[in-house]
Write a protein that binds this ligand. Structure first.
Ligand code: FES
Length: 99
């Protein structure tokens, strides 16, 4: 019997441009690899400069961290907004930069 092979790559669409990336990476790592226009500041979920909007497949990002929950409780922005420095990509996802 053939073993089911785990997906080793995901497709991430950033500002309508698709990229194929290794599975298991954070958005920060992906951003560095593809030289994306994502801007980071504190890298710790506090400044909000890395805020992104998830266009499709939000379930394929790791869940909001406590730092993100705190940040977005202050801004009141809905669930489709995330802090890129806090996200790991778990499958295909489409996102849009906000800064
Ligand atoms: S880089 Fe500051 S919140 Fe993400």
């Amino acid at each position: 019997m053939k073993k089911k092979e785990k997906n080793r790559y995901h497709e991430i669409t950033l500002d309508e441009q698709p990229f194929k990336v290794e599975a298991g990476l954070s958005l920060q790592e992906i951003s560095e690899k593809i030289e994306a226009d994502l801007i980071f500041g504190c890298f710790s979920g506090r400044c909000g400069i890395c805020k992104i909007e998830v266009i499709e497949k939000i379930e394929n990002l790791s869940t909001r961290t406590d730092l993100e929950e705190y940040y977005f409780s202050m801004t009141g922005e809905p669930n489709q907004y995330r802090l890129a420095c806090q996200c790991h990509v778990l499958g295909n996802v489409s996102i849009k930069t906000t800064s």
